[in-house]
Write a protein of this length. Structure first.
Length: 241
């Protein structure tokens, strides 16, 4: 006889081990609501470079990031583009009550997504205040991060910008260990050129500062993009945090 776990009884199988359920917006839903949402849920994987949401396109579905990194890009009227953010698991991709996207969302690395119809989520938000509260919390957190990034871009030195960028990834790349982690290992989700674009630096400056961090043993790099941070505290100090 199998003993039932009170924390998973009635929970759809695909939701049981999902980080978005435990730490993301779906944590606000009860078993019955998760089951209703799961009926129209799709899990999908996308290779690095694939466009997930196009700028100025109709938004029919929202998604939770289950793994990997998504890149947010803003396109100007003359075609120029600017990377404006990165999103990690278990972040929510989309903006409720917005029928048209104002950003391009692209898989910066291979990503796994759990997507569901926009109308289904918006209906549940009206039925479940906790869900609306969780979404508001995430959007406010993104606003705080955007403000912090404005400080980094406007006031920090090139060395601090690179350290801040690596620190952001180190702290967010894997949601399982939690915020108190002491080390991190990850693949750089952006190329040197994209990092330069994101931080307002030249490619040469990006490479020079990364080499400096390696020389000071703050980070190690294998195969050009595999980064090992042995002490996140040391990296945070270099970032000016």
């Amino acid at each position: 006889m199998v003993r039932e776990d009170i924390h998973t009884t009635g929970i759809p199988a695909l939701c049981v081990s999902c980080e978005a359920r435990h730490r993301g917006i779906c944590g606000a839903l009860n078993a019955e609501q998760l089951l209703a949402l799961a009926k129209s849920t799709k899990r999908q994987k996308a290779e690095a470079g694939k466009e997930l949401v196009g700028d100025s396109t109709s938004v029919e579905r929202f998604s939770n990031v289950l793994s990997g990194v998504a890149k947010l890009t803003k396109t100007l009227s003359d075609g120029r583009q600017q990377i404006v953010g990165l999103q990690f698991a278990p972040d929510f991709l989309g903006r409720p009550f917005q029928s048209e996207s104002t950003l391009t969302v692209e898989a910066a690395t291979e990503v796994e997504l759990c997507s569901f119809p926009r109308q289904a989520l918006e209906r549940m938000m009206k039925e479940q205040p906790d869900l609306e509260h969780r979404l508001l919390e995430q959007k406010l957190r993104e606003l705080d991060q955007a403000r912090d990034w404005m400080v980094a871009l406007g006031r920090k030195t090139a060395a601090e910008k690179i350290a801040s960028f690596l620190l952001m990834i180190a702290r967010n790349i894997d949601p399982a260990p939690g915020p108190e982690r002491r080390d991190s290992t990850f693949e750089l989700p952006l190329s040197r050129a994209e990092i330069a674009d994101f931080l307002g630096l030249t490619i040469e400056t990006v490479s020079r500062q990364i080499t400096r961090l390696r020389g000071e043993n703050v980070i190690r790099i294998e195969n050009n993009r595999h980064v090992i941070v042995g002490d996140i505290g040391r990296l945070a100090a270099r970032a000016g945090d």
